[in-house]
Design a binder for this molecule. Structure first.
Ligand code: G6P
Length: 615
């Protein structure tokens, strides 16, 4: 939610900042801006409504020189997306420019008090309060920039990652974070800032992940950066090497990141299982389980907390864990959980699932559960992000950076880790039979190959998409393990094609949604040959009797449903508990191709952001 990038060194900052913004555009894309200090220490600020490409077009005729600069791509919270509300914001003196990711919660009080002192505001944002406050303190108290930033941050309440430049301190960038991510890149006589490492890795793999309440002073004449806390006490941080390569964050010949990420899934799942599944030894090992056996084996209850797609993965996780571990599992939206005064104690285990590792509600839910004594296990994708650092232990899903806003490979990676978790913990508890344990491990290992085969259905799905592009409403139905897949399929369609879609447990259709069904409402039904197959077949008959068109996801060789449905997509046979890993693929593709047919921007759908770092 908002991307920030900064550069200070000997090169031209502008091209580095623009490239960095493009890499961070998944975090927000309603407006963008850049502030540069040129070699006569003039502060140039350019801002536009729209995407980074619009900023580039706008700035093309301007003075974009300078070796120090900060830039921002916005997802609006306070104040509509326009060029005035875009960042950077400038203080009243005209000397200081600031970019911000997060929300300043007490901005209204601070704004009023600054206005009473004569400060004039230009924008409707919460962010402007921060730069005006820093500027005011610096001028009023005649202190240096660092003191002004420290003092201001002690006053503001909220979440932020900020970067500040000051034309009266042209060799320095100051940045700070609290509850929003910020990474410092350490190059040769140059430094970088980013909301994540993606704008940095092209230049250096040495980074520092800042912690909450860290303030970093980056001076281009010094070899090292200086990090202090709010009381000006020095803080030492390890410089770490990021394992991220450029190919992972580029489209690699695909027209969209989403399609690339759909097709990457077989490889991603192999990466996710590597070193964890041993098919020769019939074994699955997660080091986090081995290292924390006593907490996990004796869990009285497991509570899964997550948002969005990760919450859907959690619903599948519940079924897996209850099946293999015989531990009761609850699945909660993090945003509800954090305000619900939940009954939790030290016999509970909380599993927090998050692709980005930065979702504000999930982080807050973790803190609450921790306070109440629960043991917290994270399942995340972004290495070094805030959630893995806030949890007691956890497992990364290792599917590589996910850039398309609609989550695809992270979902199947999360389900894969949850499957391994349930099997490994079930084995430790003795609650899964040896026969079942071995059978599922063997089949899990086959999933990437089956997925590869399945991905060849692209052209068929494209055909189906053309037929259904003009529907205004869709219903997605599934049962058991495939009910969360139906929810996820509907979410994918909503997110990128803006078609209203609802996911429902197939049998619940009779209790309401059936009233909506008519010839205009396509129904996607996951009707694979499992224990509930016959029941789902009856549901399809009920739908057909009401003239709706059915797109059915069936098992290979199915004839019954094929004869009833208007379109079918066949899935390779697999274990029932692993079906979500395959069934989600055609639904991802369906959403993708329908959005393409409608001419939508699939990688950057309106109003959404990949990483939701605000409540
Ligand atoms: C946003 C994203 C979704 C994601 C959700 C939770 O809404 O657009 O794709 O599922 O946040 O994010 P997380 O990073 O915690 O999994």
């Amino acid at each position: 939610m908002c991307g920030i990038v900064g550069y200070i060194g000997k090169k031209d900052a502008y091209p580095i900042l623009i490239k960095g913004l493009k890499r961070l555009e998944y975090r927000g894309y309603d407006s963008a801006g850049v502030a540069l200090l040129n070699n006569t220490n003039q502060l140039n600020v350019y801002k536009t409504k729209g995407k980074v490409a619009d900023l580039e077009a706008y700035a093309s005729e301007k003075d974009i020189s300078g070796c120090i600069g900060i830039a921002h791509t916005r997802w609006a919270t306070h104040g509509e997306p326009n060029s005035t509300n875009a960042h950077p914001h400038i203080g009243a003196s005209g000397n200081i420019a600031l970019i911000h990711n997060g929300i300043i919660e007490n901005y209204a009080v601070l704004k009023q008090s600054l206005q009473e002192k004569g400060v004039q505001f230009r924008s409707n944002t919460d962010t402007e309060v921060l730069v005006q406050l820093i500027d005011f303190i610096k001028t009023d108290k005649k202190v240096d920039l660092l003191t002004a930033v420290r003092t201001a941050l002690k006053i503001v309440i909220g979440a932020y990652a900020i970067a500040v430049i000051d034309k009266t301190n042209p060799d320095v960038v100051i940045a700070a974070r609290k509850s929003s991510p910020l990474v410092v890149g350490i190059g040769e006589e140059e430094f970088f800032l980013g909301s994540d490492a993606s704008p940095i890795i092209e230049y250096t793999d040495k980074v520092i992940y800042l912690d909450d309440e860290d303030i970093v002073v980056i001076d281009r004449n010094k070899k090292d950066v200086e990090i202090v806390d709010f009381n000006n006490e020095k803080i030492e941080h390890e410089i770490v090497t990021v394992e991220l390569n450029l190919a992972q964050i580029e489209k690699g010949g695909f027209p969209h990141f989403m399609l690339k990420e759909i097709f990457e899934q077989p490889d991603c799942l192999m990466d996710c299982m590597r070193g964890r599944i041993n098919v020769e030894a019939n074994n699955v090992t997660l080091s986090a389980i081995i290292d924390n056996k006593e907490h996990l084996i004796n869990a009285r209850r497991i509570i899964i907390i997550a948002c969005g797609t990760s919450w859907h993965a959690g619903l599948i996780g519940k079924q897996l864990i209850e099946n293999f571990c015989q531990i009761p599992v609850e699945v909660e939206y993090a945003s509800e959980f954090r305000y619900s005064n939940p009954v939790i104690n030290n016999q509970d285990v909380v599993i927090a699932i998050s692709q980005s590792g930065e979702t504000a509600d999930t982080l807050a839910a973790i803190e609450l559960a921790k306070k109440k004594g629960a043991f917290i296990y994270g399942i995340c994708n972004a290495i070094g992000s805030s959630i893995p650092r806030a949890t007691h232990t956890g497992s990364y899903i290792h599917v590589g950076p996910e850039i398309g806003v609609a989550s695809t490979k992270a979902f199947t990676g999360q389900v894969t880790v949850l499957t391994m978790f349930a099997l490994a913990l079930g084995k430790e508890r003795g609650s899964v039979s040896e026969e079942e344990y071995v059978r599922i491990i063997q089949e899990l290992n086959n999933i990437p190959e089956k997925m590869k085969e399945l991905l060849k259905i692209g052209d068929d799905v494209k055909q189906i998409s053309r037929i259904f592009t003009y529907a205004h409403n869709f219903l997605y139905l599934g049962r058991g393990f495939n009910y969360p897949v139906a929810l996820e399929g509907a979410l994918k369609l909503k997110e990128i094609s803006y078609i209203h879609a609802e996911g429902y447990p197939a049998a619940e259709m009779k209790h309401g949604p059936i009233a909506l069904i008519d010839a205009e409402m396509p129904v996607v039904v996951i009707a694979t040959k499992n224990a509930l197959y016959e029941k789902v077949v009856s549901n399809i008959q009920e739908i057909k009797a009401r003239k709706a068109r059915v797109i059915a996801i069936v098992s290979e060789g199915d004839v019954t449903v094929k004869n009833m449905a208007d379109a079918t997509i066949e899935l390779p046979q697999t274990e029932e508990c692993l079906e979500p890993l395959l069934a989600s693929i055609p639904l991802q593709m369906l959403a993708y191709y329908i959005a393409i047919c409608k001419g939508k921007d699939v990688d950057q759908p309106r109003n959404l952001a990949k990483s939701v770092t605000v409540e």
